[in-house]
Design a protein around this ligand. Structure first.
Ligand code: GLV
Ligand code: MG
Length: 339
């Protein structure tokens, strides 16, 4: 696994730029806003400190005629807003095969490169897309004198991207993480859904019949459409030391299903999610922070395991090195979030 020391130093003339740590800073919610929408933009200052990441979205959901206004709006917001210690600034640029991506990257790195933490790249197909962005960022950073490398985040939203996810995760030391993009991925895979994330009432498993069952009495269980992709993405990210995320959950009113989807992703290994509406912020914060009970249990296991070897019984359950390691993941996350 790469270490933070491997971090790419931008094409620098003279002294190399300082190496930046992989940001283990919290990113439980990546809150999307449209910088071309004055109402949304006006709310940005109030969100500083309450969300881990503010993301100025330039891609889908921004009308073609507003692309330039969104880009300029993000520049203005980044210049005018003090993001403090606890909120990062990310952007989602337009797709690399669109007419806007090059101008997005050129303008943003030149104008606000020192304020931008992460560039989210949509519709990534393979490592070549990350190599392209990596080299372009290096040139633009060197030209603009940006003092720290801007990191890269890929959205997994094409079938080809999923097939290449391991190579994408390891494509550059700039890689910060990967998000599931369920809406575009569903379309690209030709799934027969019409939603942005979440489950589907038709995707279910019916219990086998038993003798004497009356028709319709058998239990049905709705299944998770995204389990395979999230699990695969998590493995690729773990292998390369980058962070996996759920993506958008579009049914804003269904806060219960939203929480369930976020929790499934958290339990499978994701560190955060996108939030598209303020109502999803508190849900993400709750779900992607370990509960007080989980932290207390993890502490008990750690204590009971002493030097960390062998096995002990706790409340009738066996604990050993492997369950201790899981507990240490929870404790490390809790420590990081309380720092
Ligand atoms: C996100 O961009 C998605 O397509 O789900
Ligand atoms: Mg998309």
């Amino acid at each position: 696994m790469r270490s933070a020391k491997d971090f790419f130093a931008p094409l620098a003339v003279g002294a190399p730029a300082p190496v930046r740590e992989v940001p283990a800073r919290p990113s439980r919610m990546i809150h999307f806003f449209d910088p071309s929408n004055p109402k949304m933009a006006a709310k940005v200052p109030d969100m500083v400190g309450t969300v881990d990441v503010l993301l100025g979205n330039l891609e889908d959901a921004v009308k073609a005629e507003n692309k330039e206004a969104a880009r300029q709006g993000l520049v203005d917001i980044a210049r005018a807003t003090d993001l403090g210690e606890h909120t990062q600034l990310w952007t989602r640029v337009n797709a690399l095969d669109s007419p806007w991506a090059l101008d997005d990257l050129t303008t943003l790195v030149t104008e606000i490169g020192d304020r931008l933490d992460v560039v989210m790249v949509p519709k990534v197909q393979g490592p070549e897309d990350i190599h392209y962005v990596d080299r372009l960022l290096a040139q633009l950073e060197a030209k603009a004198g940006v003092q720290r490398p801007i990191l890269v985040h890929a959205i997994l939203e094409t079938a080809r991207g999923v097939a290449n996810v391991e190579a994408i995760a390891g494509a550059s030391p700039r890689m910060q993480g990967i998000s599931l993009g369920p809406a575009d991925l569903a379309a690209d895979r030709r799934m027969k859904t019409t939603r942005v994330g979440g489950g589907h009432p038709g995707y279910l498993v019916r219990q086998d019949p038993v003798d004497g069952d009356v028709e319709g009495a058998r239990a049905v269980f709705q299944q998770d459409l995204w389990h395979y992709t999230i699990a695969r993405m998590v493995d690729a990210c773990a292998m390369h030391g980058v962070f996996p995320y759920y993506g958008p959950f579009g049914d804003i009113k269904d806060v219960v299903a939203c929480e369930d989807q976020f929790r499934n992703a958290f339990l499978l290994g994701c560190v955060g999610t996108w939030t598209l509406h303020p109502v999803q912020i508190a849900i993400a914060k709750k779900v992607f922070s370990p509960s007080a009970e989980d932290v207390a249990h993890a502490r008990r296991v750690k204590e009971a395991m002493g030097d960390g070897t062998g096995a002990v019984m706790l409340d009738g359950k066996m604990e050993d090195d492997a369950s201790l390691k899981q507990c240490l993941v929870i404790l490390e996350l809790a420590d990081r979030l309380s720092a």
